[in-house]
Design a protein around this ligand. Sequence first.
Ligand code: MN
Ligand code: ZN
Length: 468
Amino acid sequence: MKIIFATGAAPAATPAAVIRFVTRDQRAKLAPPVAEEEFSGKANALLYSRHDATLCVGLGERAKINAHTLRSAAGAAAMFLKKIGRTRAVVRLEDWPKFAGPVVEGLVLADYRFERFKTKRTPALENVAIHVLAEDLVKARSAGRRGETIAEAANLARDVANQPGNLLYPESLAARAVKLGRDCKLQVTVFDEKKLRAGKFGGLIAVGQGSERGPRMIVIEHRGGPKSEKPVALVGKAITFDTGGISIKPAANMEDMIFDKCGGLAVLGAMAAIAKLNVRRNVVGIIASAENMPGGGAYRPGDIITTYDGKHVEIVNTDAEGRMVLADAIAYARLDCKAAAIIDLATLTGACGIALGDTAAGFWHNDEAFGKRVLAAAEKAGERLWPMPLYAEFEDQIRSDVALIKNSGGRPGGACTAAAFLKTFAEDTPWAHLDIASMAQHGKDRADLARGATGFGVRTLVELVAGW
Ligand code: MN
Ligand code: ZN
């Protein structure tokens, strides 16, 4: 999609559809008048007039309008125009120039659809001209370009996340990261099985050993700050397919387990945007990738595994594999990268979805100041996080009789005991954890986004680092 910023009226004989944003109070003044039933003006309500190719998109109550409102409205408009085969659009943004960034994000995110293996494909948007007043042009354009970079990075994350398990596995994910490193001037180091074994990454090795396709740890470095500055570490879980291992999952919906890599892909997408935006901070992305399979070499319940930082973990459930690979990656961020702070993202527990549905990601942290930073970044990004507790009881619940801790505390508070497990490996380093299990993908189209991987977390990570 080519996006340009313009000022003045659109040329009369344009083949483009015109997108107009309409608040609830503006609805009553539309000419010719429309009935409430026809167009409410509520957020993402649509009214298309074929004779002048104008699409009105509702914004709802004026007082409640924010970046998220405009991002979503632009996305809903793009989804609609694609559906009716209109691939050129003019966006009248004169009233809302300060939301140029979110509007571009909404358009770019809505334009993506995973159709690589479909015979019939939805047309992509070709050209979009965003119109603002002359005095707003420079600011709107620069915000729009930034939004474009971030949304394209999120789409990259979505596109890799949507690849099925037979085509995308730890080795091919690592190859994709190496290619990204070349494209964006990021330094990428891949730890293959040999290096992981030599380095005693016990968690990654254990989870990966049931698969023919070995595990990888992918380290992506962006050096935007002074040499002495400690990096922020972005850590992601990338289980390319999760069968549950020996503690195998039931068959229903197991196909969704291709999305168990979405935390890692949020990190990959964020690193791409951070490099392209030339963020002046040192950032290291660490993706812990394995395929959790019940092969003959698989790790078993009862096994005792020693993680990268020498902690002993009793395995009681091989389906609690995400925390095992993250344990190594978090310990590596703390010990080898000397991270100033660590944030991890993972499709970690079904329990988080039971607690919060698909309305918000669960959020835990061990440091007030860092926690506030993460929340502020998510707010700016328009991605919802909900703070969850790290009570001492959760730590008791994962105490083991034969090792330091066990990898599952059972069903009660399952998302919280998982967080307590990860906290053990961050030790005193400021750390935050996002459980994105119910946010990373959805099975149906939404008004503003196609089905499949959502790219959740990319924008929060970029805002966190850029706004530091
Ligand atoms: Mn699992
Ligand atoms: Zn998993």
